[in-house]
Structures are given as structure tokens and as C-alpha cells.
Design a protein around this ligand. Structure first.
Ligand SMILES: C[S@@+](CC[C@H](N)C(=O)[O-])C[C@H]1O[C@@H](n2cnc3c(N)ncnc32)[C@H](O)[C@@H]1O
Length: 327
């Protein structure tokens, strides 16, 4: 398959929410192909720090960095480590921070990265090429854990049947290739004649999100952004998945005083609404892409943008998120 250039989703709306016209320092926390960073610079940002956990994205940013005259820097790492990455790379205090979750088209299209059931490759799926891979997970996890991951992160109704097929197949031979996993899923649940997507879509999404701890990263990344933004600084977050959007919505509602903050340190402060809001919502309802954008880029279909402005109140203690906003 030829590689597609990643097409940015909701970039115009995200940049508009960040309001870079008067200059300022911005963090593009999910640099990818650099679409958001380029749009921020074109709209007047004085400086953008691009962060990505994928070493390929950082390597491929070199020409844009060289052409930017010092206005663009990039750093490899996770956005949950934004504090250290931004402090070391002139990103603080930030006037605006953008997140655009999920995977890039380059990651999906490169068979050797192992994200795709359409292009056979090693069953990898690690965004930063380190830590346990998707093959490690499917070949060693207990069946119960596989069921849980497929249910929770893939919202896969036939999780048990798929997990049973995975466990039976790996007993014959370890599952090392994406095409083999796709065949195992197809064999387990078949293909509905009216289905618009491949039967392995949910399984692959769930395993990818698990391998990269994507939801945990979002919880920690939003808290890191709260600390990095200056008062009046803006946050723009684009999500593609209902589980992602739910975390963003809960985080912002709580920080904006629209949902009680429950403290586990002080049970008396449970549902204490006196905690001064650390954010002001810029849109109550998430912004969706236009029909024209969805027609031009079907990947935009499920995208949602939430935006908020940092107040001058102290950042909340993430430990007070009572369990987790991911719960
Ligand atoms: C949808 S793409 C971003 C595309 C980008 N906005 C553009 O217009 O080109 C998401 C990117 O975020 C990166 N990413 C995902 N989770 C991350 C994390 N926790 N920390 C840093 N980068 C992450 C991925 O490696 C991927 O390159």
C-alpha cells in the first residue's frame, strides 16, 4: 500500500481556539506530520514545540524544523512528560497547547509498524518502539485480560469468542503477524454481510490502545497541560473515540467547576464546589468537523474538539480525581 500523507483533522478549528494571531509560545503535544504546528506558525505563533512519542515523527520533522528559522523545535517523548520536555525545550510558560489523539496515517500505512490488519507486518503497534509489543500481549496475557481489553477499549461485543480463538491459536504457534491475528478474528466471528468495517477493526484498536496505554496517557497529559499553561492560555483537544472524549469532558467539566471535584485526602471536601476553577470552557458542546471535511477525509467522521482557557487559579491536584477520570 502506498503511504498517505497524514491529513490533519479539525486543524482550522483547533488553531482558531488557540488564538495564536498575537504571537506566543505553543505546544503541539501530538506532532505527527506537523499539520497543527504548521497551522499555528502560519497563524502567527512565535514558537511551537512539537512533542511526539514516535521517533519516526521526530526524525521526519527535521526539514520543517530547519526551515522554521528557530520558530519550531521538536522533542521525542510522551505528552505525560510534558513538564520536563517543555522545560528543556523553551516551551514554557505555554500560551496554548494542542492535543490530537490517536495514530497517524503514516503509522497505520507502514506495515513494519504492525498497526494494520490490511498490510501484513510484525504484530508490533508500539508508538515508540519500546516496551511490550502487541505480539507480547496476545501471546502471554491470560484469556480474562484479553477479554477485558477487547471489551473495554474496543467495545467489542464478541470479545470472549475472539479471546478464546487467540488462546487456541497461540497454543499451536505464537501469533507474530498482523495478518494472522486478523484471520483469527475473522475465523472467530465471521464477517457480517452488511458490515462496513473489517471484523478485526475493534480488536486491533483495543490492542493498540492497551499496548500504548493511550487512555492513561490522556489522563496524565491533560494534568500536565494544566500545569504548563499560563493564566489565560488555551487548551484545544481533538479526540476520535468516545472513551477518549469522555476523559476530556470529565477533566474539563471538573476543572471548570461544572462537576464536583471529589477529594480522597479530605472526605469532608467531597463534592466541594468551592475549589476555584482552573479552566473556563470555550465550547460547552464539542465542535464537530464540517460535512465538507468529513467528505474529504472520512477519518474525521468521529472527531470532536473541546477547548478551554486556563484561569489564574492553582492547578487541581490530580490525586484528587478520585479514582480516575478515566473510570
Ligand atoms: C493523529 S496524530 C497527530 C497528527 C497531527 N496533529 C498532524 O496534524 O499531523 C497523533 C500523533 O500523536 C502521537 N502520540 C500519541 N500518543 C502520544 C503520547 N502519549 N505522547 C506523545 N505523542 C503521542 C502519535 O505518535 C501520532 O504521531
Amino acid at each position: 500500500m502506498t503511504e498517505r500523507r497524514h491529513i490533519s483533522v479539525l486543524a482550522v478549528e483547533a488553531v482558531e481556539a488557540l488564538a495564536p494571531a498575537g504571537g506566543g509560545r505553543f505546544i503541539d503535544a501530538t506532532y505527527g506530520a506537523g499539520g497543527y504546528a504548521a497551522a499555528l506558525l502560519a497563524a502567527g505563533a512565535s514558537f511551537v514545540l512539537g512533542i511526539d512519542r514516535d521517533p519516526d515523527a521526530i526524525r521526519e520533522a527535521a526539514p520543517a524544523v530547519a526551515a522554521s528559522g528557530g520558530r519550531l523545535k521538536v522533542a521525542q517523548g510522551r505528552f505525560s512528560d510534558m513538564a520536563a520536555l517543555a522545560a528543556a525545550n523553551d516551551g514554557l510558560p505555554a500560551d496554548g497547547i494542542a492535543f490530537d489523539f490517536g495514530v497517524s496515517s503514516m503509522q497505520i500505512d507502514r506495515a513494519e509498524r504492525g498497526f494494520s490488519f490490511q498490510n501484513d507486518g510484525p504484530l508490533d503497534m508500539r508508538m515508540e518502539n519500546a516496551g511490550p509489543s502487541a505480539a507480547d500481549f496476545v501471546n502471554t496475557a491470560e484469556m480474562r485480560e484479553i477479554v477485558l481489553v477487547l471489551r473495554r477499549l474496543g467495545e467489542e461485543p464478541r470479545a470472549r469468542r475472539i479471546a478464546e480463538a487467540i488462546v487456541a491459536a497461540r497454543a499451536e504457534q505464537p501469533i507474530e503477524r498482523t495478518a494472522r491475528l486478523a484471520d483469527i478474528v475473522l475465523g472467530a466471528i465471521g464477517r457480517r454481510p452488511d458490515a462496513k468495517t473489517h471484523p478485526a477493526t475493534r480488536t486491533f484498536q483495543a490492542i493498540r490502545m492497551h499496548v500504548n496505554d493511550e487512555l492513561g496517557e490522556i489522563v496524565r497529559g491533560l494534568a500536565a497541560a494544566e500545569l504548563a499553561l499560563r493564566p489565560g492560555g488555551r487548551l484545544a483537544v481533538v479526540s476520535f473515540h468516545s472513551l477518549e472524549d469522555r476523559i476530556v469532558k470529565r477533566f474539563l467539566n471538573r476543572r471548570a467547576g461544572r462537576e464536583a471535584n471529589a477529594s480522597r485526602h479530605d472526605p469532608a471536601a467531597l463534592f466541594d464546589d468551592r475549589t476555584p476553577p482552573s479552566f473556563r470552557l470555550l465550547n460547552r458542546r464539542p465542535t464537530a468537523p464540517s460535512d465538507a471535511e468529513v467528505a474529504a477525509n472520512p477519518r474525521a467522521r468521529s472527531a470532536k474538539l473541546r477547548a478551554a482557557e486556563r484561569t489564574d487559579a492553582a492547578a487541581f491536584d490530580p490525586a484528587d480525581d478520585f479514582g480516575s477520570i478515566a473510570a
